[in-house]
Design a protein around this ligand. Sequence first.
Ligand SMILES: Cc1cc2nc3c(=O)[nH]c(=O)nc-3n(C[C@H](O)[C@H](O)[C@H](O)COP(=O)(O)O)c2cc1C
Length: 263
Amino acid sequence: MKNLIYYFSGTGNSFVIARQISEHLQNCSLLSIAKELKNSEKIKISKDIERIGIVFPVYAWGMPLILHRFIDAIEFDGNPYIFAVMNYGGFGAGTLLQLTKKLKNKGRQLSAGFGIKMPGNYLPLYGAKPIETQNKLFEQSKKQIDEIVKIINSKSVHKIEKNFFIVNFLFTDIIYNAGIKKISQAAKEFWTNEKCVNCQLCIKICPVNNIEIKDGKIIWRDRCEQCMACIQWCPSEAIELGKKTIGRKRYRHPNLKAADFLM
Ligand SMILES: Cc1cc2nc3c(=O)[nH]c(=O)nc-3n(C[C@H](O)[C@H](O)[C@H](O)COP(=O)(O)O)c2cc1C
């Protein structure tokens, strides 16, 4: 029997969490959701899959749009144990309830759902936290992962992390639903400054092929997930989103290299 962990990640937090969990599971493959969706319209889960993990960042107190497309694309053959790990800079509100509902519509159960606080990466609102704060969060996350691994190794049914009803309702049902579709449109506000050396890493790192060159200029199209990979990984800090990101300290997980992310 095999285990699969699917992850989506812009700045590496989800990738590192997924990798740490996979190291504790036997016969486990780590798969990028973005790559899987690029390669095929349908994600077939065969009968010999024992566990499926889904690891992802919280966006606007809900699921990234790509995660909706991923769940829609899954075709289950068997009935694997499914767990999810969301991670966030603040809190996740009703994000895992959204995922629970989405899986239920496919006749599947989310058996365990966890939330891990990691350094926030939403550059339009804030810059990278100091290294000591980041390290504290990484230490805490490792301890949490040790507990998570015990639960998923034994395939236990465990509570799904959520906030109080009113918080879930306000942030996930109201704010998320009102704002999530605007995420891809906001990509029009990305621009490159004079520091751009045309290395094109942004084009190679974008998980949804949303960046290209037109008339010698880097441009963003309308498929953006706002994962922040382009702006946070740019080695020249030559990308900005509107005016608010100017001068803000960039964040990406310190244990990773851009090469881990190339599409
Ligand atoms: C578009 C966007 C929206 C976000 N929304 C939230 C949010 O609603 N709540 C929260 O706590 N963190 C939010 N974050 C922070 C991320 O969830 C967090 O930094 C996560 O660990 C990033 O994971 P990654 O490094 O795998 O991309 C947001 C980040 C982005 C890019």
